[in-house]
Write a protein of this length. Sequence first.
Length: 202
Amino acid sequence: MASPLVSSPGADAPVPADRLAQACATMRHSPHRLLHKALRVRLTDALQAAGRLDALHPAQRAQLVTLVDGALAACLDHVVLETRWLHEPLRQRSPRALAAVEDDHRELAADAAQLRARLAQLQAATRPAEFLALGHEVYLRFSQFVGEGLAHMVEEEGALALALWDSFDDAQLQGFEVQMLAALPAGEREQVLHDLKAELDG
């Protein structure tokens, strides 16, 4: 069903009442968009690869651990960047806007810790039955982690984006994004910049 529309003073067109639709229709700079795009690719690629691995096979079991742990690290590193360059500035102007997002970040960290505990158990396992049970549990928990992470990023690009736009102009938001990009590992930064160039060229 189409989103209802509300009038926006001075706008050329009505603005959707739904916050996500409103954010998508707003021609403002989003410091999340490209970074989230890269993180979504990382998470969904890792999830698909994890689903093809056999925990009974020693090399594939080791690959599963490395793959999942790397994806968890990427998410946690991203949270650190967001907190430093977006949440802390916003806290000074609109602290209530961060309540739900920061609750999600705490849950994400707890879920990542739980997953890493299962990865350690899988590495320490010695019996085929343990390999199968723990390998499947890791896959399912990682699936849940990815799903919740994807939903969280949508919330940040919807409701949180509106709060950021209310508090900062585009030049300030671009400055925050530059700082986050500069803190990325070189390979990840190159991928994000490649995506940006593709959008500009398109």
